[in-house]
Design a protein around this ligand. Structure first.
Ligand SMILES: CCCCCCCC/C=C\C=C\CC(=O)SCCNC(=O)CCNC(=O)[C@H](O)C(C)(C)COP(=O)(O)OP(=O)(O)OC[C@H]1O[C@@H](n2cnc3c(N)ncnc32)[C@H](O)[C@@H]1OP(=O)(O)O
Length: 346
């Protein structure tokens, strides 16, 4: 842990090669979180010493052929880590400088703010894809971060989000929907882009002109009708071109407006230093907010989710122990470890 001049603690996970969460690392995290609270730090940023992995999640070795007592301590220590981090009264942020699967995503979603490095990294709760049901409080951390519907889909599919997907959620509306209609007709002398309103107003004006004879008016309206039917694609394209031009003139970023943010991460950064700076900026937002009021508001906001685990702690531990001790799960863990080893040797 390093505390900067502003009193913000930067805590770096340092367990090579992938910061997998074993008992020792979890205990070290818990002690550090206690220190941050005791020192009255202004806030805490979690990051990783690895250039490519934030955290690979739970250390599979803790669950494979486990010592029963250690396994129980391992799970209770993980619960403690989550209760301390998710329930921390001080501001928390994650500078996610690499992959963050499963438990890695849990740490990130337990913080209040997330900045992830742009690149070929992924983040998400992949448990379902591994055949495991994520415990309620792990599901709650995601549901607390992104909209419920997206959380349900992500959890049930074991979705690992790319950095871009974690920031935004694709929709068919906006610029992407427009793109599916084909390229817009560009501005030219024959067909200057006009809004549909402009076209109709001009035609109406012409038809209402006292100089216009009735039969000429009818001919013009028929011609307009035919034009609207046969040229509808061009008209739509022109309307889109007109819309895009207006948005550009008004400095509205249509690319951003066309996509809805899923918000699993809040921002991206080019490198770790920038990610930490952005996290610091988030924490400094609270400079003028009384810290007691802030901390209590956060805890009340998170209380329901925290209380659920506190109430069901023993049952949750028993469920985990029963699951891990199943021969079928032990077999899956063995296969998974072999698969990871094979992949790392390639
Ligand atoms: C089938 C699983 C059943 C589990 C049942 C238990 C029930 C628990 C209930 C719920 C809670 C679950 C939450 C979890 O966190 S489970 C853990 C899920 N984690 C993962 O699936 C991530 C696996 N790792 C990776 O995808 C990659 O390692 C990655 C993080 C993307 C990094 O890739 P890369 O940089 O290429 O590194 P390598 O893959 O080469 O790995 C280097 C060495 O690290 C070992 N490794 C990786 N992850 C883990 C891990 N989670 N635990 C232990 N060891 C891990 C890997 O085998 C390599 O080792 P070696 O160098 O000796 O070959």
């Amino acid at each position: 842990m390093a505390v900067d001049n502003d009193g913000i603690a930067v805590v770096t996970l340092q367990r090579p090669p992938v910061n997998s969460l074993n008992l020792d690392l979890l205990q070290a995290m818990n002690n550090t979180f206690d220190d941050v609270a005791k020192n009255k730090s202004k806030g805490m940023i979690l990051t990783s010493a690895s250039p490519t992995v934030f955290s690979a999640g739970l250390d599979i070795m803790e669950m494979y052929k486990p010592d029963p007592k250690r396994l129980e301590t391992f799970w209770v220590t993980l619960q403690d880590m989550w209760l301390k981090l998710f329930g921390a009264s001080f501001p928390t942020a994650a500078a996610i400088n690499g992959h963050a699967p499963a438990g890695g995503c849990l740490i990130a979603t337990s913080c209040e703010y997330r900045v992830m490095l742009s690149g070929k990294f992924t983040i998400g709760l992949n448990e379902t894809a591994l055949g495991i049901v994520p415990p309620t409080w792990i599901q709650d951390s995601l549901r607390h971060t992104i909209p419920t519907r997206q959380a349900e889909i992500a959890l049930t599919t074991g979705k690992m989000f790319t950095v871009d997907e974690a920031l935004k959620w694709r929709t068919n509306r906006g610029a992407e929907g427009a793109a599916r209609l084909g390229p817009p007709v560009l501005e030219g002398p024959q067909m200057p882009p006009r809004s549909p309103d402009q076209i109709l107003n001009k035609t109406l004006k012409m038809c209402l002109s006292p100089k216009m004879a009735l039969d000429t008016g009818i001919i013009k309206l028929n011609a307009l009708n035919e034009y609207l039917v046969t040229e509808r694609t061009t008209i739509v394209d022109n309307a889109i071109t007109f819309g895009i031009k207006k948005c550009n003139d008004m400095d509205i970023n249509i690319q951003k407006r066309g996509r809805r943010k899923v918000g699993l991460i809040d921002e991206t950064a080019a490198d770790k230093a920038e990610a930490i700076e952005k996290c610091k900026k988030f924490i400094k937002r609270f400079d003028k907010i009384p810290s007691l009021a802030r901390g209590m508001t956060k805890q009340i906001f998170r209380q329901e989710v925290l209380q659920k685990l506190l109430t069901n702690r023993q049952a949750d531990t028993k469920q985990f122990l029963d699951l891990v001790n199943q021969p079928k799960i032990q077999q899956s863990l063995e296969l998974y470890l072999a698969m990871l080893k094979q992949k790392s040797q390639k």
